[in-house]
Design a protein around this ligand. Structure first.
Ligand SMILES: Nc1nc2c(ncn2[C@@H]2O[C@H](COP(=O)(O)OP(=O)(O)OP(=O)(O)O)[C@@H](O)[C@H]2O)c(=O)[nH]1
Ligand SMILES: [Mg+2]
Ligand SMILES: [Zn+2]
Length: 350
């Protein structure tokens, strides 16, 4: 397997370095296309297999886009390589777990549409995740063919983060998607994130040049609908890029994206440094530089309240996940102690 062949699958220097350091000549790298409960679908030059989901991987669980090491026989996943980027969220509901969304992504396409689904707060969420992961993020607004005033949507989206690229497209028309081609070169990995019904699978199908993935019929009344895609899956596009389609996420709870939030809300974060109190909540404290900026019309007050909400949510989730991790760790220790005590006892009995 040549380096060049692997590069076409998204392999790069960071991964090569890890492989060299592991110094296990018998294993070979493979990329994860999708993950089921009991099997992981992997591909590599000359390999396309569904392998048993390994338990107890050091940095597991595995997610779409991951690079794993497969044993000589091509039957078993032995290791998971460190990711260059990782998207995750707090799992929905009250469960204190995090859910991995995608790994080793180069470009994030944040998909929304030019209709009532367009929502600044939701876009800011996705942007925070993208900026935090350090990947290139662009906003793609679909259904431009059904909209009279795309310029207004472009303007509203472009304001949400500095240097943000916003494209409007008709996801049903390949020619109309040419604006995405610079991001879709061979070996590049692109993930689509966005609410249900915005056209992620439609984009995927059009880029694939087939109609392989189910898309939904939009209900006429509210332009929304049910979730059509239910699992995450990575596809290889004709040009050699790797595209991940994901299910629309109704609840995208942020966790561990502090720097992403500071980056998206850079203007607010900057003013906040000058507040009199380090823990200022910018809700009327004396000497609040953020409130002063709002009064001068230098900060949008709607954006300030969206920021506050996200910062609170992020901090809450981060703390509760950290607590859970600590608890899991101590439970693990407890089990280990019990096991070793039992073994000692057994040893004495023999
Ligand atoms: N006219 C037009 N229709 C579109 C466009 N993009 C998507 N659609 C339609 O919108 C509907 C929903 O698209 P999907 O691709 O299923 O949406 P999704 O984002 O994959 O949704 P989930 O899988 O539920 O997350 C389908 O009926 C598409 O044909 C577009 O740019 N123009
Ligand atoms: Mg879909
Ligand atoms: Zn303040």
């Amino acid at each position: 397997m040549s380096l060049e062949e692997l590069t076409a699958f998204g392999w790069g220097p960071l991964l090569e370095q890890q492989l060299q350091m592991l110094a296990k000549p018998e294993v070979r790298p493979a990329r994860v296309l999708d993950v089921h409960r009991s099997v992981v679908h992997v591909v590599a030059p000359g390999l396309d297999a569904s392998l048993p989901t390994p338990l107890n991987l050091e940095n597991g669980p595995i997610t779409v886009g991951d690079w794993v090491l497969v044993d000589e026989s091509g039957q078993r996943i032995e290791d998971l390589l460190q990711r260059s980027s990782l998207f995750r969220r707090k799992a929905p509901g009250t469960d204190r777990r995090e859910q991995l969304i995608a790994a080793n992504v180069d470009t994030l396409l944040i998909v929304s549409s030019c209709n009532q689904d367009f929502n600044e707060a939701r876009l800011e969420r996705y942007l925070a995740i993208g900026r935090d992961a350090g990947v290139m993020s662009l906003v793609v607004l679909t259904k431009a063919d059904l909209c009279n005033d795309t310029a207004d949507y472009i303007q509203r989206a472009a304001r949400l983060a500095s240097g943000l690229i916003v494209e409007t497209v008709n996801a049903l028309d390949r020619e109309n998607l040419q604006c995405l081609d610079p991001w879709l070169t061979s070996g590049q990995t692109i993930a689509l994130l966005g609410s249900s019904g915005v056209g992620k699978s439609t984009l995927t199908n059009t880029l694939l040049g087939i109609e392989g993935i189910a898309t939904q019929e939009v209900r006429a009344d509210d332009d929304r609908g049910r979730h059509t895609t239910t699992s995450r899956q990575m596809h290889r596009l004709p040009g050699g890029a790797w595209l991940m389609d994901t299910p629309g996420m109704r609840e995208l709870q942020l966790t561990d994206v502090q720097s992403g939030l500071d980056d998206v809300f850079a203007e607010i974060a900057e003013f906040a440094k000058n507040c009199r109190f380090a823990d200022c909540s910018h809700e009327g404290e004396p000497g609040c530089a953020v409130q002063a900026a709002v009064d001068r019309d230098e900060v949008d007050s709607a954006r300030l309240s969206r920021w506050r909400k996200l910062v609170r949510e992020e901090a809450h989730n981060r703390e509760s996940l950290a607590e859970r991790r600590a608890r899991d760790k101590s439970t693990g220790k407890l089990y280990k102690t019990i096991i070793s005590e039992t073994q000692k006892k057994k040893g004495r009995e023999v």
